[in-house]
Design a protein around this ligand. Structure first.
Ligand SMILES: Cc1ncc(COP(=O)(O)O)c(C=O)c1O
Length: 384
C-alpha cells in the first residue's frame, strides 16, 4: 500500500495549477493514466489490430474491478457505461408475473430511474421512496415499499445531488427478508471508500471509471452475484457476451456462463487501457485508506462551512456521507463560475454547489475553498 499522499498528489499535474474538487464529475488525470492512453496509441501504430491485447486489457480491467469489489472475476461484466449494464440486467428480469415492482429512491441518478420506467411496457411498476424533510432517507423508509410483489430494489449508494450515503446493509436486510435482490448504483461511491459486495450482501452493483476510479469515460462495470447469473438471460447481448467469443456462431445465442453475459459488442479498448492504469493506482493506495482520508477532508470542509455560517446540506454523520459536500446557493451557477475564475474547480446540481474530494486532495484545498466562500458569502449564501 502507498499512502504517501503528498507524493501521490504530485502524480496529478492539474493539482499544481487548480484546486480540483470535482472528482464526483470527472477525476483528475494521473501521469500513469495519461501514459496508458499513449501506450494505446503506440500499440495501434506498431501493431494495428492487436486482438490479443484488446482481450487482455478487457480481462485485466475485469480482474481489477473484482479485486476492488471483493468479488470473483466471473461475477464482473465490463460494460460501456452504467446504463449499458443496467439495460442488459433489466432485459433479464421478468416483470410479467406477480413480482413486477422496482423500488428506487429520491436519491437516484436518472440512469437508475429512467431504465426502470422504460420497463413499464414489459409490466414493471416503479415505486420511489421519498426523502425525509431533513433531506435523508433512513433504511426503515423502504420497509413499507418492499413486499412480495417486489422484483428488485435498485438504489444509489451515495446521492449525486447532496452527497448523502444510504444505509445499504439496512436496505438489503429489508429486501432479502422478502426474497428481493438489491442492485447498488455505486458510481458516486466506488473508489472513494471501500465497497465489499459480499459484506454489503448486494446482489448486483454498477459503476464506472470516470469518477473516483481514476479512469475515463465510456467504460463501466456490472457485478452480478455468481449464484444468480445462470438464472438471468439478457436479451440485450452481442458477440462478446457469448460463451465462446471466437465461435462466430450465427445459428444461436449461447450466453457466457459468467457475468460476461451482460456485455455486448467490441470492448471500449482505449478506455480499458486507461482504466487498468487508474485501477492499479487506486488499489496501490487502497480503498480503506482512501475512505478514511476522504472522510477527514469532507468533515474538515463541513466544519469550516459551519464556522463561516454557510451550512452544507450533506448529512454530518460520517456513516451518512460520501465524498461530496453540497453547499446551497440561490445563484449556484454564478458561484461555480466565480470559483472557476479563482482556479477552484467544482460543479453544481439543483441549488447546490458540489465540492468532491479524493485522496489526492489535501487540507490546503479545503482552506482555499473556504477562504473563497468566506469572501463570496455576502453575494451567494442562502438568504442573500
Ligand atoms: C450515481 C450515478 N449513476 C449513474 C451515472 C451515469 O452512468 P452512465 O452514464 O455510465 O450510464 C452517474 C453519472 O454521473 C452517477 O453519478
Amino acid at each position: 500500500m502507498n499512502t504517501d499522499f503528498a507524493a501521490l498528489r504530485r502524480q496529478f499535474p492539474v493539482l499544481s495549477r487548480k484546486t480540483y474538487l470535482n472528482s464526483g464529475s470527472y477525476c483528475a488525470l494521473a501521469d500513469s493514466v495519461r501514459a496508458a492512453f499513449e501506450a494505446y496509441l503506440e500499440d495501434r501504430l506498431l501493431v494495428g489490430a492487436n486482438w490479443d491485447m484488446w482481450v487482455m486489457k478487457n480481462e485485466a480491467v475485469r480482474a481489477l474491478v473484482a479485486q476492488l469489489l471483493h468479488a470473483a472475476t466471473d461475477e464482473i461484466a465490463v460494460t460501456a457505461s452504467v446504463s449499458a449494464g443496467l439495460n442488459a440486467l433489466a432485459t433479464a428480469i421478468d416483470f410479467s408475473g406477480p413480482r413486477n415492482k422496482v423500488v428506487i429512491s429520491d436519491f437516484e441518478f436518472p440512469t437508475n430511474a429512467q431504465i426502470w420506467y422504460a420497463q413499464q411496457p414489459r409490466g414493471a411498476q416503479v415505486v420511489r421512496v421519498p426523502r425525509d424533510r431533513d433531506g435523508y432517507i433512513p433504511a426503515q423508509h423502504f420497509a413499507s415499499h418492499i413486499d412480495e410483489r417486489t422484483a428488485l430494489v435498485a438504489v444509489t449508494h451515495v446521492c449525486f445531488r447532496n452527497g448523502a450515503k444510504l444505509d445499504i446493509p439496512g436496505i438489503v436486510r429489508l429486501a432479502h427478508a422478502h426474497g428481493v435482490p438489491v442492485l447498488l448504483d455505486c458510481y458516486q461511491a466506488v473508489g472513494s471508500f471501500d465497497i465489499d459486495v459480499r459484506a454489503l450482501d448486494v446482489d448486483f452493483a454498477a459503476g464506472g471509471m470516470l469518477k473516483y476510479l481514476l479512469g475515463t469515460a465510456g467504460i463501466g462495470f456490472l457485478y452480478a452475484r455468481g449464484s444468480l447469473v445462470p438464472g438471468l438471460l439478457p436479451t440485450h447481448t452481442g458477440w462478446f457476451a457469448q460463451e465462446d467469443i471466437a465461435a462466430m456462431d450465427i445459428t444461436g445465442n449461447h450466453p457466457a456462463r459468467t457475468a460476461r453475459r451482460f456485455e455486448a459488442g467490441t470492448p471500449p479498448v482505449v478506455n480499458c487501457y486507461a482504466s487498468e492504469a487508474g485501477l492499479q493506482l487506486l488499489l496501490q493506495v487502497g480503498a480503506p485508506a482512501i475512505g478514511a482520508r476522504v472522510q477527514a477532508l469532507t468533515r474538515l470542509c463541513m466544519q469550516g462551512l459551519a464556522e463561516i455560517g454557510w451550512h452544507s446540506v450533506t448529512p454530518l454523520p460520517d456513516e451518512r456521507r460520501g465524498a461530496t459536500v453540497a453547499i446551497p446557493s440561490p445563484r449556484v451557477s454564478q458561484l461555480n463560475a466565480e470559483l472557476a475564475r479563482r482556479d477552484i474547480v467544482t460543479s453544481f446540481r439543483d441549488h447546490n454547489l458540489r465540492a468532491s474530494f479524493h485522496f489526492y486532495n489535501n487540507e490546503d484545498d479545503v482552506r482555499v475553498l473556504l477562504a473563497a466562500l468566506r469572501e463570496l458569502r455576502g453575494a451567494y449564501a442562502p438568504g442573500t
